[in-house]
Design a protein around this ligand. Structure first.
Ligand code: PHE
Length: 376
């Protein structure tokens, strides 16, 4: 029997050797908004993920195997994240998933990863409910109760703004949450929210003059705009056209090279919180800025190092687990402690979130000026 089959087995082995070798790759899925209204979130976080995977592979891979990334574009559109993640899990058989940036999209696809017991690592979704979807869902960034506090405190203590108007995006879990956390801290510490207005993001609303006219009549000292850059840029422009001179404040959703492109100079002197400043002098940040700029010919925004950190932490977890089994990788992710990431020191807490510092930046033309770093 054996003798008879041996040549056939050898021949078969030779034929399938290349495919066998690539079957050894560790396949990691990623879903991101590479196109659409938040395209810079997806493009820049993906750049970071790719840079990390390249470095990992150049250093010999993980568990002696190469990391192979399969990236799906969710077009910044609701409905797409779930299809993308279903495909990654059932057709591509990925061992883990990186994504998303926008909280609403992580909230849509997270339950699918949870159900399949495939660990998901979000680079930038800050709404607290994202990781509440289950014990396979992690993030490498801070959460919005912290970010909201940072900006409310900044409004009160640094800007001495006693009256704030809020203009938020009703279609975004991120925007609704951030406005709630900002309000809680701001009111508790003596601030007054003089008016609240809203819009529909994702490229639907382009004219914010009705909301801004009402806001102008309420005479706020500052306007909090916890939305994404596409709308924030337009809101800045239209606010100035209507003669509103007070500073606008935002969160990490403003962090995009497109913000200044859309806003012109209308947001100069305005402030937002985010995860990273390329002006940070630490060796880890400067080394990342150098590598990133050399490869992509542009300076990194906050998304890029978050993508990089997500990929690095996932690789580290697989290495420590010694296997790609979902439950073991999950356990390894849950026990990440004091990992020196580009965006700061990461310890995953019992709620699968990272407690990290935020930075406050001032919009100044195409560059942002570093204003402050705020510890958790
Ligand atoms: N935190 C935002 C959200 O949860 C996404 C984001 C992260 C945007 C980092 C910019 C930078 O939707």
């Amino acid at each position: 029997m054996f003798k008879l089959f041996l040549p056939a087995v050898v021949a078969l082995g030779a034929l399938t050797l290349p495919s066998l070798l690539s079957a050894q790759d560790i396949t990691v899925g990623e879903y991101a908004s590479l196109t659409g209204s938040e395209a810079t979130f997806g493009i820049n976080s993906d750049n970071g993920v790719q840079l990390a995977a390249e470095e990992i592979n150049n250093a010999g891979g993980v568990l002696g195997r190469k990391v192979k990334l399969i990236v799906e574009d969710d077009q910044s559109k609701a409905g797409q994240p779930s299809s993308a993640v279903k495909k990654l899990i059932s057709s591509d058989k990925v061992v883990a998933v990186i994504g998303e940036i926008a909280s609403s999209r992580s909230l849509e696809a997270g339950p699918i990863c949870q159900e399949a017991k495939i660990p998901m690592v979000s680079p930038g979704s800050t709404n607290p409910t994202v990781t509440e979807k289950g014990d396979y869902i992690f993030r490498v960034c801070f959460i919005d109760p912290f970010q909201g506090t940072v900006m409310a405190k900044f409004a009160l203590d640094t800007l001495k703004a006693k009256k704030v108007a809020i203009l938020s995006d009703v279609t975004s879990d991120y925007s609704k949450g951030l406005s709630q956390y900002f309000t809680e801290y701001y009111k508790k510490h003596g601030g007054e929210i003089v008016i609240e207005r809203s819009y529909s993001g994702g490229g639907s609303d382009k004219d914010f003059r009705a909301q801004l006219t009402a806001i102008r009549a309420a005479h706020p000292d500052a306007i909090f705009v916890p939305g994404y850059y596409t709308e924030a840029g337009l809101i800045g422009k239209q606010a100035r056209t209507l003669g509103l001179k007070v500073p606008l404040l935002g969160g990490d959703g403003w962090d995009s090279p497109k913000l200044a492109e859309i806003a012109g100079n209308s947001l100069d002197g305005c402030y937002f919180s985010t995860h990273f400043s390329p002006a940070d002098k630490s060796a880890k940040v400067q080394d990342f800025v150098k590598k990133y700029t050399a490869k992509f010919k542009t300076a990194p925004d906050g998304m890029a190092p978050l993508g990089y950190d997500a990929m690095m932490i996932l690789a580290e977890a697989i290495k420590r687990a010694g296997t790609t089994d979902g439950d073991k990788v999950r356990d390894a992710l849950a026990s990440v402690k004091n990992y020196e990431a580009v965006t700061g020191n990461i310890t995953i807490d019992e709620k699968r979130n990272a407690q990290k510092s935020a930075v406050v930046l001032e919009v100044a033309g195409k560059e942002n000026k570093f204003v402050a770093s705020v510890a958790p």
